[in-house]
Design a protein around this ligand. Sequence first.
Ligand SMILES: [Zn+2]
Length: 491
Amino acid sequence: MALYQKYRPQIFSEIEGQEHIKNVIQAALLKNMASHAYIFTGPRGTGKTTVARILAKALMCDKPAKTGDPCLKCRHCLEIVDGRAMDLIEMDAASHTGVDDIRELIEKSQFAPVSAKKKIYIIDEVHMLSRSAFNALLKTLEEPPAHLHFILATTEIDKVPETILSRCQRFDFHRVKASDIVKKLETVCKGEKLKCKKTVLEMIAERADGAVRNGEVLLEQLMSENALDEESAAQSLGIIGTAAVNKFMELLGGKKWKELAEYIAELHNFGQNLKTLTREVLKRLQNNLLEQLNEPEKLGYTAKLITIFLKASDQFKSSLVAELPLEMAIAEIALLDNSEIQSNNAQKYSHTKQAVNKSNDEICMAKPQPKATEFSGHIDDTFKKLWVEVLNSSSLAVSLRNSLKTAIPREFLDGNLTMVLHSEFHFDKVSKPDISIMIEKEIENVFKKKFTINWISEPQVSNSETEQISHSFTPLLPSKTPVENAHEIFG
Ligand SMILES: [Zn+2]
């Protein structure tokens, strides 16, 4: 038997949540003023059928308690629990929508109960009835015999005719609070002699989306997967809620780095699985990427974010500090963002002022600006500045440095720097394996980072590329006349 069936509440007090409904119904039962027609509406799994059955039992019970609850011991209570009560008719309108079924039902409802004092009809998914079936039901609801009670339930109240609604006492079932679902799951765990941390039950409750039954089904799923520890439960449940991902994306979009870092810490402290969060964030970015396929200016940025978060998701397993991969990702994005701003200003490049962060603690969280001489992994102004240092390095031969000066950095990706040369002569010079290694070593000295260079020879170049590079580099390069350069190159 499924957990939700095994632990289905048998009396009102066993139901978690829905106080506004239980209280009214119990009070009416005590005053012997139960309605002849009820309609229960609300999302799936919020207890409509459960309340309907308890109500039916309470109405049929020989010795109801002072709370209005059924005794669970009398003949009628036991028959209902065993599903063999003649006077309780349960119908699922989703599978009996024909008018004949309803006519048959109405004919039978006119007869006195077989053994109990009341006759109860529970019609689930009542909105599925056909128009003529509703009409047949309506006639009975207009003048119901004293022994007869109808309990209708639906997830789609809008589809139930007004004429029916007006003859019913309506109860709206709310989504059950997570804390109430946790209480119910604790009862189940106790009954199953199951040891399960409250944090895991809270994760289940969050995923249950307000439905107790969902919670019980998820718990059963985790039991069968033997995944009741926090880590595996979070993995299995994919627990990060939509609200958390929304907030993360909002802060990310708003470039609120410091708040984002704080939020990551908060989620972690709350027992949320940050790897799962990263996965959800990646899904969102993937959607953005697909939507932006025709918007190249946005696409590039999104693609970079995806690369950064993918890298973070790979690092969770080996990271000694759980939050670190995600925090590093944020730091990297903050740096990227800063370098993008800088490269937008490349045309106005001047090296008169460069923000220098005072402490490493502040790394890009408070002020997302890299140290002036710290390479961010992108071809930005910092890169260019460091590159000029390489070009001026005394450990490289002057002629080699002059060849290097004609090289244009095009792309930096995964530790690979692509440099384009427009002259075959210079290309041949720098791309020789031993020379290339020497240059890479010098780059490592200056950049404090190792990377491989892919030299590309391209006879033609677009004007914009030449222009950009000359703008960016000219002010920093030692000025020499073409003759001096020629002398160094060839001499
Ligand atoms: Zn009873």
